[in-house]
Design a protein. Sequence first.
Length: 217
Amino acid sequence: MNIILLGPPGAGKGTQASRLEAERGMVQLSTGDMLRAAVKLGTPIGMRAKAVMDAGELVSDEIVSGIIGERLDMPDTESGAIFDGYPRTAAQAQALDGLLAERDRQLDYVIELVVDEEALVDRVTGRFTCARCGAGYHDRYKQPKVEGVCDVCGSTEFKRRPDDNAETVRTRMAEYRAKTAPILPFYEEKGLVRRVDGMADIDAVGAAIDAILDSGS
Ligand code: ADP
Ligand code: AMP
């Protein structure tokens, strides 16, 4: 099964993708994570992407579709891919159709996490991750069970993203509204879109997604 999780920054895509990965053996394909890894390594793509990401704008369609294509050639994705943060433009949606068709794969669902924009600044500015294993947390909504210790790997080092500040989040939301939300009709026409209330608590959002994936319709 291949699915897209669609929603603005802070909607909960990464949180749900990690859970699906752990519980269903699907593979999370987050272009944001891939780009951050490229920035950290200082690759040519990372060097081109850094300033754009720091400003909250979108990296070029060619770059992100290129890295998704390479990732789809790795055999682990054959057990099912969760596209998280991709596609973000009409050109990327078209490119993904081609990338999947070339590999005899298809999309099963596009799950839109419907959220109230005002809540997102709070979600994003309170977000932090484990510096060792990448597990995601929130200052109020998802605290580690033992304060200062990662639930998953026990590390005591955490980090925050440089673009998770109130000002950049506004730009990222505007990019979502202008360029990403308009791809929904493309998937509506294919009958793939399912909506989930992303304002519910994390477990309830997960249960709603599971119900869709298990429904077979
Ligand atoms: P996205 O990948 O869509 O940008 P994340 O999954 O990283 O969003 O979630 C953003 C922040 O909000 C994280 O700190 C996460 O712990 C928290 N979060 C995710 N889903 C919910 C939810 N349903 N309710 C409250 N907080 C949430
Ligand atoms: P994310 O981790 O999904 O919030 O993405 C962080 C940043 O990476 C975005 O603000 C963009 O600058 C860039 N990015 C991630 N995915 C894409 C994409 N599919 N298209 C363009 N830019 C992207």
